[in-house]
Design a protein around this ligand. Structure first.
Ligand SMILES: C[S@@+](CC[C@H](N)C(=O)[O-])C[C@H]1O[C@@H](n2cnc3c(N)ncnc32)[C@H](O)[C@@H]1O
Length: 198
């Protein structure tokens, strides 16, 4: 139950109108690496409940476009004309086709994470599969040349392999554990900057 206790970031998110405290992880990533480009097209993988998309839309100030996909249905409510949210599994070909129809993207963000079981081997393995899928999508036509990628990784598995995959695709790869990551969490973020020519 300790995890549910509202901490500094949860209270800040409530005050600033974000549905999840995870927004401050993206904020720090953006401040350090500028992954979101002015008027860019952005894909948000694992977008629910919507904090990263909301932050991105605010930053884009009505320009650019955000496409969000998640296993859970999008939160009902008004969607700005420069956004599209849908329910889908990133592993499905149908989902990939929908993502392609709104792409290509300047930035792919993935805060996607499996439902945790408490078994670290199982959880890191599932997180690895999600990350690998997103990296392979980013390697293809979904992400533009010079585009950026952010993925969330559960540490303790084969994350070195994921880093090596990313280094083949991007000119720079950084790792960051934002301050808003909870102390007890084993997640971190890998950031790929500047997709190389295919
Ligand atoms: C930590 S939450 C994302 C929070 C979000 N970035 C925000 O700020 O509101 C992780 C999300 O990944 C989604 N997810 C996990 N596996 C997925 C998959 N295979 N396809 C699409 N979404 C997935 C989950 O449903 C969950 O909503």
């Amino acid at each position: 139950m300790g995890r549910e206790k509202p901490d500094f970031y949860a209270l800040k998110a409530q005050k600033e109108g974000y549905p999840a405290r995870s927004v401050y992880k993206l904020e720090e990533i953006q401040q350090k690496f500028g992954v979101l480009k002015k008027a860019g097209r952005v894909l948000d993988v694992g977008s629910s409940p919507g904090s990263w998309s909301l932050y991105t839309l605010k930053l884009l100030k009505g320009a650019g476009f955000v496409c969000g996909v998640d296993l859970t249905p999008p939160t009902p409510g008004a969607v700005p004309p420069n956004a599209f949210f849908f329910q889908g599994d990133i592993f499905d070909a149908k989902t990939e086709a929908t993502l392609n129809s709104h792409g290509p993207y300047d930035t792919i963000l993935s805060d996607a994470a499996p439902l945790t079981t408490g078994n670290r081997t199982v959880d890191t393995g599932r997180s690895y599969n999600l990350c690998e899928r997103v990296i392979l999508l980013a390697e293809g036509p979904l992400l533009k040349h010079q585009g950026n990628l952010v993925i969330k990784i559960f540490q303790g598995g084969d994350e070195k392999i994921l880093g090596d995959m990313m280094r083949k695709i991007f000119t720079q790869v950084k790792a960051l554990r934002p301050q808003a990551v909870r102390k007890e969490s084993f997640e971190t973020y890998y950031i790929g900057l500047g997709k190389r020519n295919a």
